[in-house]
Design a protein around this ligand. Structure first.
Ligand SMILES: O=C(O)CCC(=O)C(=O)O
Ligand SMILES: [Fe+2]
Length: 201
């Protein structure tokens, strides 16, 4: 384990390890996940209309870590063996006992993730989220919620780990924009801690 770069967002803090995994480890993990994960094309419902989300995804976690966002209900698949040691390492690095992970596959530069905060009620009041990137370098941006002129940009390389600490989800949105550059696929794992079941679950 090495010391992260600390990026002050005020309010909020990012901890960033640009080379958290060695290149061969990142490549191996990328290949395994691309091949072994049962990728889902989920749809969201906005104002009664359904849309395919512009990426594939999968949700793994401890029993009971159901996750709902944008009208989707994700039931956890059990942790695959390849993700268990990774979850433990990421948890100890971030100082947070993660019990679930959302895995995104951006197949090409046309796949993306729009402006949002990971602020669903089941994540609790002040979530810590750890994001591991594998594959193509893509541009990750943060934008202050009350002052949209305040932004922060990181081009996330394969093997990098970015921890969004307390205060980030409450004060900032983040996105992964489309790109017209000819990029290969990227996999991103966002480790989360579900602390409360949504009403009615
Ligand atoms: O792909 C990324 O880097 C970000 C993913 C993300 O924000 C999310 O899954 O909530
Ligand atoms: Fe997010």
């Amino acid at each position: 384990m090495s010391l992260p770069e600390i990026i002050e967002l005020t309010p909020g803090q990012l901890s960033y390890w640009p080379e958290w995994l060695a290149e061969h480890q990142a490549n191996r993990l990328f290949d395994l996940l691309l091949d072994k994960v049962k990728w889902r094309q989920d749809v969201i419902t906005i104002f009664g209309k359904t849309h395919s989300i512009p990426r594939l995804q999968a949700w793994f976690g401890d029993p009971g870590t159901q996750y709902q966002y944008s009208g989707m209900v994700l039931e956890p698949s059990p942790w695959p063996d390849i993700l268990k040691p990774l979850r433990d390492r990421v948890s100890s690095e971030a100082g947070e006992p993660f019990n679930s992970v959302l895995v995104n596959l951006y197949r090409t530069g046309s796949d993306s993730n729009g402006w949002h905060a990971d602020n669903e009620p089941e994540l609790g009041k002040s979530p810590v989220i750890a994001s591991l990137s594998l594959g193509a370098v893509r541009r990750f941006r943060l934008r202050n919620i009350s002052d949209k002129t305040r932004t922060m940009t990181l081009d996330l390389p394969s093997g990098s780990l970015l921890v969004m600490g307390k205060g980030v989800q409450e004060n900032w949105h983040h996105q992964l924009a489309k790109t017209s550059r000819d990029v290969g696929p990227r996999i991103n794992l966002t480790f989360r801690r579900i602390i409360k079941q949504p009403p009615g679950a």
